[in-house]
Structures are given as C-alpha cells and as structure tokens.
Design a binder for this molecule. Sequence first.
Ligand code: GUN
Length: 292
Amino acid sequence: MNILDGKHVSEKIKLEIADQAAAFLHDAGRKPHLVAILVGNDGGSETYVASKMKNCEKVGFQSSLYRFDTTVSENELLDKVREINADPGVDGLIVQLPLPKHIDPEKVTEAIDPKKDVDGFHPINLGRMVRNLPCYLPATPYGILLMLQAYNIDTAGKHCVVVGRSNIVGMPMSILMARNANPGNCTVTLTHSKTRDLKEQVLQADVIVAAIGKKNFITADMVKPGAVVIDVGINREVSDQTKSGYKLYGDVDFENVAPKSSYITPVPGGVGLMTIVGLLKNTLASARKEIY
Ligand code: GUN
C-alpha cells in the first residue's frame, strides 16, 4: 500500500506556481488575482475560503474576499458578480457554495464570466471539458488528476468507479476519467444513491473515486485487492480531541481499506490539499490568458 501524499505533492506544485507567479509579476507588473465571494458563515465554507485566501498569499497571488450576510438578495449578489466580471484587475472569481435557499446557484454560476470561472462550474467550461477543449477544470477533479500524474499512475484501460454524481466532483470526474487523455482512458461507471448492488459495482473497480459525503461509506468488503482509492470526503464531526473542535473523516474506512489498496489518499492530507492547487493553477492560467 502506498499513500498518495497530498501535502508533499501540493507543496511541490505550489513552489512551481510561486515561480510562475513571480515571473508574471515581473512581466505584467501585477500579481495574479483571485476574488472569492462568501455568503453567510457555514463552518465548512469559512474554512475552505480561508484556506484558499491563505494559499494565494503563499504563492504570491493577490486575493480579495467579499462577504455577504445570508440575507443578501439574489440581485445584490448578481450585481457584485457583474462588477467583478468587468474589473480587468481580477483573473478569477469563485462564489463559495452552498448558497442560502433563496438564491439560485445556477443563476449565480452562469453570471460569472466563463473567462474568470476558475472553479470550472460554468456550463461553457463544462461543455468545453466534455469536448476536450481548453477550459478551467473543476478544482477537485483537476487536483485528483494532478495527484495521479504525480505518482505516475497509469489509468489507461482501467475500470474506474466513481461513487457520487455531484456537479462539483462525481459528474465531472466521471467525464475526465473517460476522456482520451492521460490520466483518463478509463472505462467509467458513475454510481449514486439509486444504484442497485453498489457493493458489486465498486468491487469491479481498479480505481475508486469516493465522493458521496458519508463517513466511512466505502468499506473493505467493497474493495478489490490492489485498487487505487481516491477519497474525496471531508466529513466534519465535533471532537474535543482537536484544536479546531472538529475531526475530519473521509468517505473511505481508511484503516481497513488501506491494507487492500495499491494507492490510497488519506483524509486529511489527500485530495483537499490538491483542490487548492487546482484552483491556483486555474487562476494562474487565467492571468496568463492560457485558456481564452
Ligand atoms: N463548495 C464545495 N466545494 C467547492 C468548490 O470547489 N468551489 C466552490 N465555489 N464552492 C465549493
């Protein structure tokens, strides 16, 4: 069993990004600039956005955070998005999800200029991804591809079973693993809450991507010996044993699955750190006008 070490890989890639950001500053006279919008104060979202901002600083990007109360109207939020779209000093804009119930996330996502959509959630970027055209890949799937690449894991011809069909992870991951690309070239099964015989499906997998959002959902009896196991879960549970007051659990029963796997990502210290790298790479690509 080998650990896919998100800390090691993300730190290495961030050094490369920092070099490229310095070169961009030298050439363009400004830093790559990421703007985040955060509505409300959901604990998970607060943590993710703070980490995104902190990492921008670490690699020499400018970052700005606009915060709104949960009572903000949809129109007010859309106006802010349009204002940032029009600002030539901004390269990337993300609106942290989830949003309060009275705001339509589709409307907000589609209001973001596809050229600044470094989350890769806009239908134009999604469509370009499906067609294998230059685009911003969604940060978490992008981070997973970078992780597989870093460990030279050959996925061609393998059977990849994705568990969970979210717009942010499961759905795009299934498309990326099936593309004629490396990593990719997999035969893909996309499973979800209505899948019959889920255990039998997952047992077929050479590569498992667990993105279902349930602690320890993937158990050892569901895993073929030698499988590559990618755990996307970030399930927070209140704990007195940690400084933050929370303990993180993945979607995979790591203790029992790890000995059966060939490679496995830990939680924390796996995919979560790679998500940030995906976002930073997209922001740099936007600043350097590499996609559009
Ligand atoms: N909520 C959970 N993951 C993400 C993400 O990657 N981007 C945004 N904007 N919101 C999220």
